[in-house]
Design a protein. Sequence first.
Length: 276
Amino acid sequence: MAHGNAMPQPVALPGVSKIIAVGSGKGGVGKTTVAVNLAIALSKMGQRVGLIDADIYGPNVPLMMGSSQSPRVGAGNVIEPNETHGLKTISIGYISPGDKPLVMRGPMLHQIIRQFLQQVNWGELDYLVVDLPPGTGDVVISLVQTVPLTGAVVVSTPSDVSLQDARKALEMFGQVNVEVLGIVENMSYFTCPHCHEVIDIFSKGGAERTAAQFKVPFLGSIELIPAIREGGDKGLPVALAGPKSPQATAFFDVAQKLMERADAAAAASKDVFEIS
């Protein structure tokens, strides 16, 4: 490799078949909720799944997964991921738990992301889901420089502000040559528990229109249901209830579509490697 400013080339993780980043342009759209429930849905569908909490400043995965134990560190400083609800997970929240905010500079951030990818004993995985921090910053760059991504999922609510930021996320993935496998509309609509009327709190359908406009697949809408938040707060995400549970069905539908898209993307990149 040439010296100077050569970009670090991403290196595949042995044993890990597909790596999916879940991102959003802004915070507060329920991205971690979607990432965690998607990961659980994939695992319930027979896939071997790992989950990286790449949000170093505000890690929510430990709370949502209901696990706070520190991971074991084995020989050669290899970290053993926590196993919760059938998933292998790693989060900075397991390593420095508590409410103290972490103050970190860019290079340290890059180092942690690299460690989470390369120094964790992931074993054999069909999917490694990476829950990105909100925004379009350094973590994504570190990620794409470290490993080849199969693709990304962008989470948005239907509100105009959120969609504006989702478009930024789409453009960012475009700039770093990561294929967007689809958009998920979270908190899409609310059904009144009393009169059963559907209420469009954030004006439903915006994410689907954005997907059409950017010519990326629309993976589905997730209803705004108190049970989804409660499950996350209790560390028992709704997807654990399985595909027949009315509150979880949407996550399984999204996971099914995502698997189809990811398979197609993986096959396409394999062809490119074989040709080149």
